[in-house]
Design a binder for this molecule. Structure first.
Ligand code: FAD
Ligand code: FES
Length: 274
């Protein structure tokens, strides 16, 4: 079932994943595929998009990093408090019917949609190689859950506290040089997604990526999340885009639009221009 008006639900349980990230669980029947998102109304603040997980045995879960006003307010809420949920919305990941082995590349809360995808892939007995990166060991999301369901972990941390000391893209590039993979899925900061896309184009490996843009209505009406030059709405035609279609989104890896619609170049693009 999809909800186009906010469905008021109480928070069933809150899990502190690390000092910046909490998961919120709800009793709500909803249909959602890996890669889709819900719009969450945080009373007194705003409505914001978050990736969905339908976790086996736990139900609907969102996992939120406290980065600004609304997400910090959400982190202050307690079990039993009420919030509003609409959705699920957007495009979703596809698992090729013949897939034997897939690779996931995740950075930060990008692990949210990929954890749900990994769960579904393991149910189909698909081998899942997960390249998971974070600043420190404590910030690696869902590593023990993934291990439990038989996902093969390739960890990277910026401070070297565990796994590869450096960017997650480095062990991933080594992996695709030597190993066969049917499809790659990537979600994380856009610079990371851009690098993975370049590696996949070079090695001719099919991939899907989540292209996140500022969202207001979340269901295709306001035009806030349209991308150049296609005009595709990232809340309807996206956020999950395949590698071939991604070539048509000229702003990918270069710029995005702020809440007011102003074009804002990513910091790494400015640096190369100066
Ligand atoms: C499809 C999609 C899925 C997402 N999934 C998750 C998730 O699973 N977990 C998670 O922690 N975060 C997720 N986000 C990001 C999350 O929506 C923002 O972190 C949140 O909206 C920040 O709100 P704020 O008021 O706390 O911060 P603000 O201070 O308002 O913003 C901080 C930053 O968050 C981003 N942001 C703010 N508002 C929006 C918006 N309406 N739409 C898109 N980006 C916004 C902007 O980049 C902004 O610079 C997702 C975003 C999108 C588009
Ligand atoms: S957020 Fe309104 S069209 Fe996508």
């Amino acid at each position: 079932m999809r909800y186009d008006k906010p469905k008021v639900v109480s928070i069933k349980k809150i899990i502190e994943e690390n000092s910046r990230v909490k998961s919120f669980l709800f009793d709500l029947e909803i249909q959602a595929k890996p890669g889709q998102f819900v719009m969450v109304w945080i009373p007194g603040y705003d409505e914001k998009p978050f990736g969905v997980i339908l976790k086996d045995g736990a139900g609907l879960m969102i996992t939120v990093a406290a980065v600004g006003r609304s997400t910090k307010a959400l982190h202050q809420m307690k079990a039993g408090n009420l919030i509003g949920i609409r959705g699920a919305y957007g495009s979703h990941f596809h698992l090729p019917s013949e897939a034997k082995s897939i690779a996931l590349v995740a950075g930060g809360y990008g692990m949210v949609p990929l954890a749900y995808l990994a769960q579904e892939a393991r149910k189909k007995n698909i081998n899942v190689e997960l390249f998971l990166g974070a600043r420190t060991q404590k910030e690696l999301l869902f590593a023990s859950w993934m291990k439990e369901i038989g996902v093969k972990l390739h960890l990277s941390t910026d401070d070297g506290s565990v796994g590869h000391h450096g960017f997650v893209t480095e062990p991933f590039a080594e992996y695709v040089k030597n190993k066969q993979t049917d499809q790659v899925y990537v979600v994380g900061p856009e610079i990371m997604e851009y690098k993975v896309a370049q590696i996949c184009y070079k090695k001719q490996v099919p991939f899907e990526v989540s292209v996140e843009r500022y969202m207001k209505c979340g269901l295709g009406i306001c035009g806030q999340c349209c991308v150049d030059n296609t005009g595709w709405r990232m809340c309807v035609e996206g956020p999950i885009i395949n590698g071939e279609d991604l070539k048509k989104i000229i702003e990918f890896g270069k710029y995005h639009r702020t809440a007011s619609g102003k074009v804002e170049y990513f910091p790494w693009v400015k640096k190369t221009k100066n």
